[in-house]
Design a protein around this ligand. Structure first.
Ligand code: SF4
Length: 216
C-alpha cells in the first residue's frame, strides 16, 4: 500500500462516539471533505468544501497519537473520495477498530470487510431519498448498521415500510435517530413502542453532552 496517497480532510479530532452501538467510546474521528448530497437538516455543511490535503502516513501518525483503538471515518460523504477505501484498509491493517459513516448514496461493496459500515437510508424529509443506492442492502451484514435519521411522522412510517421490503437485511441492526430540533426523541420513543419497531432509538450523545456549539 502506498501511504503517500493523499486525501482531503476537514478535520481529525478526538471525542466520545455519539452514535451507533459504539456510543460512548473514546474515538478518533477522521472527517473527509466533500459531499455530493445536500440533506435539508445536515449538521456538517462546513465539510462540503475546502479541507486540507493529508498523506495517509500522516493520518496514521495523527491517529496513533491519540492512543485509542476506535476510529471512525466520516464526512461529508467519505466514499466520494476514491482513496477512502485505501485509508480504511490502512487503518484496519494498523489494528484499529474502524467504522465508516456513509450516506447510503454510494456503493459500499468495496469497503474493507473488517470495517463496520454505518449506512444511512435517507427518508423523504432529507430531500435526498431518491439518492439511496438500494443495491447496498444486499451487501450489508451483521457487522454493519443501518441508520434512519427521522424528521417527522412521515419519515418514520416510510422507514418502517423500507424495513418490510423483501430485500431488507434483517440481520443488520437498525438505528432510528431523531433530527435534533425537529422531532422530539420522546415522541419517537412512543411511536417505536406502539409499533414494537425492530430498531434501536439513538440520541446523539455528543449533542446532549456539549450542545450545538460543539456538535461532535
Ligand atoms: S450525506 Fe451527510 S454530510 Fe452529506 S449533506 Fe447529508 S447529512 Fe450532510
Amino acid at each position: 500500500m502506498d501511504t503517500r496517497i493523499e486525501l482531503r480532510l476537514t478535520e481529525i479530532f478526538f471525542s466520545l462516539q455519539g452514535e451507533t452501538s459504539r456510543t460512548g467510546l473514546p474515538t478518533v474521528f477522521i472527517r473527509l471533505a466533500g459531499c455530493p448530497l445536500r440533506c435539508g437538516w445536515c449538521d456538517t455543511p462546513y465539510s462540503f468544501t475546502g479541507g486540507e490535503t493529508w498523506k495517509i502516513a500522516d493520518i496514521l501518525d495523527k491517529v496513533a497519537s491519540y492512543g485509542t483503538p476506535y476510529v471512525t471515518v466520516t464526512g461529508g460523504e467519505p466514499l466520494a473520495q476514491k482513496h477512502c477505501l485505501v485509508l480504511l484498509e490502512a487503518l484496519c491493517d494498523a489494528g484499529y477498530d474502524v467504522s465508516l459513516e456513509t450516506s447510503g448514496a454510494l456503493d459500499v461493496a468495496g469497503v474493507d470487510p473488517r470495517v463496520s459500515r454505518i449506512m444511512d437510508i435517507k427518508p423523504p424529509a432529507s430531500g435526498e431519498s431518491d439518492r439511496n443506492h438500494w443495491e447496498n442492502l444486499s451487501v450489508l451484514n451483521r457487522n454493519d448498521e443501518i441508520k434512519f435519521v427521522l424528521a417527522d411522522r412521515e419519515d418514520y412510517e416510510w422507514s418502517l415500510a423500507v424495513m418490510r421490503r423483501d430485500d431488507f437485511p434483517r440481520e443488520v441492526p437498525v438505528l432510528f435517530s431523531p433530527v435534533h430540533g425537529k422531532l422530539d426523541a420522546r415522541v419517537l420513543a412512543e411511536w417505536m413502542l406502539a409499533d414494537k419497531a425492530a430498531a434501536r432509538l439513538q440520541i446523539q450523545l455528543h449533542k446532549h453532552l456539549w450542545g450545538e456549539e460543539r456538535a461532535r
